[in-house]
Unconditional design. Structure first.
Length: 353
């Protein structure tokens, strides 16, 4: 699809959502500036036989990693089918060892819908048990009930339509270790965060962590399926591992500071919303303060990059966790945020992931 027609499509959807072209343009600018094109799609060697690949968010792709063991390759995140098909030949170009395992950091489509592609190429999808529980909740079509997220995604993504859901069949309740004496990768569930089934890939020898969407590096935080309060605690546990390099779920890889920044962003948001709740502000008043919160967070250079149009939904989620209440007109704003998140993940705008 050409850039122009894509923009038209996006704006058409934005208008439906009641967003102005300005909102839309500022978001596109934020995404693009947070996501330098030169880094996207490059095979980035992080350590000996350890690789990172920054996915193109405008195609909905997540970041990938892979580790070349003595006898096999472990891939970190399955991506969408189209993302898997992009990364697969890049791995094949580096090694002819079999790709045996594809680790889903969580159940979202941009991290797990490519499982079938990896399976077709000899790999078994692996995940924390929570991924299966989340899939049972959201992938109702697969589990014999009404159409779920996969079927929604298939309406707008030809790559999803052409593939099928393949839930992980090697699952672990807390951790799973790959260790051939040379390389060691620990898959670790450290608590609820972005979802109820997040796990990290931790390489203790190289002190590299692949975080999935528990940690992103840019305005990509989607809070709809997780819990922000617990997320902060889970990030603390991840920080304690002592990573030197952080490979996030979206956005460029970075030093250990990105875990601290992501945590500080959520802490700041909870502080700001919490102060309003404590001052007995109404839901409407809290919602009306989101713009001011945005200005305050943007003034802090360590976390400014996390602010995007999903801030309203993030603030509402925090408010709901604190009070059980919702913002007024929540249906529209939550839907708008979901759609913007979908856009942040590069999907067309008619479904959520
Ligand atoms: Zn996600």
């Amino acid at each position: 699809m050409s850039h122009v027609s894509r923009r038209e499509l996006l704006f058409g959807s934005a208008a439906l959502l009641g967003l102005t072209m300005n909102d839309w343009e500022s978001f596109e600018k934020e995404v693009l500036s947070a996501y330098p094109a030169a880094e996207v799609g490059k095979v980035d060697q992080v350590a000996d036989e350890v690789y990172f690949h920054q996915g193109n968010i405008l195609q909905g792709h997540c970041n990938n990693g892979w580790v070349v063991f003595e006898d096999y390759v472990l891939v970190i995140d399955a991506n969408f089918p189209s993302g898997a098909l992009e990364v697969l030949p890049k791995i094949r170009a580096l090694t002819d060892k079999p790709i045996r395992f594809a680790f889903d950091t969580h159940h979202h489509g941009d991290h797990a819908y490519g499982n079938q592609v990896w399976h077709d190429n000899g790999a078994t999808p692996v995940a924390h048990t929570g991924v299966i529980e989340e899939m049972k909740k959201y992938e109702t079509g697969y589990y014999g009930s009404t159409p779920g997220r996969w079927e929604d995604a298939a309406k707008t993504r030809p790559d999803v339509k052409a593939s099928k859901l393949k839930p992980p069949s090697v699952i672990f309740p807390r951790e799973l270790i790959f260790d051939d004496g040379k390389h060691r990768v620990e898959l670790l569930h450290l608590g609820v965060a972005h979802t109820n089934g997040d796990a990290f890939a931790w390489l203790p020898k190289e002190r590299i962590i692949f975080t999935g969407d528990v940690c992103v590096n840019g305005p990509y935080n989607y809070v709809g399926d997780g819990n922000v309060e617990k997320w902060i605690v889970t990030l603390e546990a991840a920080r304690k591992l002592g990573a030197r390099i952080v490979c996030p779920g979206h956005g460029p890889r970075d030093a250990d500071t990105v875990l601290a920044d992501q945590q500080k962003y959520f802490r700041t948001l909870r502080e700001r919303v919490g102060a309003l709740v404590k001052a007995r502000k109404t839901a409407q008043q809290v919602r009306d303060s989101v713009e001011q919160i945005s200005v305050e967070i943007k003034a802090d250079s360590s976390i400014a990059r996390y602010v995007g149009p999903s801030l309203n939904a993030q603030a509402e989620k925090v408010y709901t966790e604190m009070t059980g209440g919702k913002f007024p007109a929540t249906q529209k704003s939550a839907r708008a945020a979901r759609q913007l998140h979908a856009h942040a993940h590069g999907h067309d705008l008619l479904y959520r992931v």
